[in-house]
Design a protein around this ligand. Sequence first.
Ligand code: ADP
Length: 605
Amino acid sequence: MIYTTKTTTDKKGGIAELKVAIDNTHANSTRVKLLNKLAESLYRSAPEEALSYTTEALQLAHQIKYEQGIGDSSNLIGTIHWNQGNFKKAEVAFMEALAMREHIKDVTGTAQSYNALGAIYLAYGVYAKSLDYFIKSLKMREEGGNKVELAKCCNNIGIVYEKLGNHDKSLKYHRRSLEIRKKINNKTGIAYSYSNTGNIFKIKGEYDRALSYYFKSLKVTQDLNDNYGMAHASSLIGEVYCTLGDNAQALQYLSKALDIQEKLGDKAGKAISLNRIGEVHTRKGKYEEAIDYYHRSLAITRRMNAHPLLESVYKNLADAYAYTHKYKSAFEYHVLYSEARAALFNEEKTNAVAQVSSQYEYEKKNREIERLNSEQGLLREAKDELELFAGKVAHDLKEPLRMMSSFGGLLEEKYYADMDNVGKEYISIIKNSSVRMQALLSDLLEFALSGNETQEGKRTDLNDTLLIVKNNLRLCLKESKSNLIINDLPTVNASFSNMIQLFQNLIANAVKFRKEDIAPIIEIGYAEHNNQHLIYVKDNGIGIADKHKEEIFQVFTRGGHDRNKYDGTGIGLATCKKIVKNLNGKIWVESEVGKGSTFNIAIPM
Ligand code: ADP
């Protein structure tokens, strides 16, 4: 279970009183607070009504320029959307809340917004961004005194590490969370710590231990009469029984979970349970029933945009249709599955850009003050304008592009069978061009925005960075049978997202420019020299000719390799150079054609 904001139980009496108080109040800021309070009491049982109250609060807060109220209302709107599974809308609202709370230096609120956004990106499967937000939130909460929130943060970080496959780190954070919760006797929290610890054992294949943690969690939630928790624990127990092949037990626990989730209107939970019940039916060979459950899950999951779940449902549907010999449907869902996987993979990259872009927005205010004080104010202003322009253009171009690509896809889906070969070729050209345009825009935007933000006070453990990069590139590393050797790496004075961009570009290149018949060996390591970190990324690929060694770091310049064989935009290394230059560092390549390349980075310690 991921934590966003605190859960509030509905109190009927309180609601009537609040409504009276709202009618009687003349102070606008009090009215904002009361409207939000009312929405908070209602958001589980009557989300639409809650949304209308908090939207009214937000409008009023804007009218009277009540900044705290704007932040709180936006946050609540985000929570309501989150609960409804409208993640995109929730993301926008949480972003607005964050911007305002940072602006007014509301530390508690800012930490809460970081946490909420971390949860959103976790649901999208964008783990780098998720971890980044959760860690930001953790740092703030470590300084503040609120132990409940601190434990939630540790819990959430544990979940991200679980997704990234780092079980030790994940267990460490769950243990820390459990300890805090036990100390303050936070029972609901304890239940979630149990189930999250169980998840790690489940992944490790230690099903008995996993089940014992899940049952502990179920017991605590039953004692508390916590319906959400009960549904969550039951669903997990059902899943393990399903894996163990005990279909009867699996169905019993999953149906119990689904029942509760239906009553609570917990759409995200429902989507997961429906998919799991489908899996049990698949195991039993009852494919028609399974397909029915998968479709019910899909209807919810599609709206939520939750990629990891979407991926699983598509795959399950493809398999189930194949078992029933409906190969056309099986193929269609297999394509959707592959696309969902690719989207998940690309989204990391696009979101890394979006993150820099949003950070840019937040830091804009600070920079305005700095600019007024600076002698070079005018020059910087022009640069900022240009970056903003680049960001806007790339953003605005992406929308029509997305339409082109999705309608191209629809055209293909509906009319492919009736088309002659020329038509099919045209469709394929449209699709390929939009993919290329998408890549160019993303890379350009990444280049325009990378390495601009101040690195002051930012510390990044490159070991963590490489963990994320490895996860982001897992598909291409696996497909190319690459051996990625990561030696111990230092902590540097740079931002997390910039370091991800840097190493992701270098490692992706090392894989791309590999020799045809030799699996890539890519090694990353470092040494300290003259107060500098000297980091290298070494490969055994095709190498680069001397005459190209400098120019490859410029935008749109490629190193003389066959364009038909190696796709690309020629922007990656220019972005790397920009990032390294912003750290007052240097990047260069040593290479011999046919033997491999070593990209060296020197950054001050
Ligand atoms: P892209 O990969 O999109 O072409 P980059 O800016 O990342 O753009 O790289 C520029 C050029 O540098 C590549 O086209 C390629 O010729 C060369 N290059 C980069 N990395 C490597 C590598 N590891 N091995 C060989 N050539 C490389």
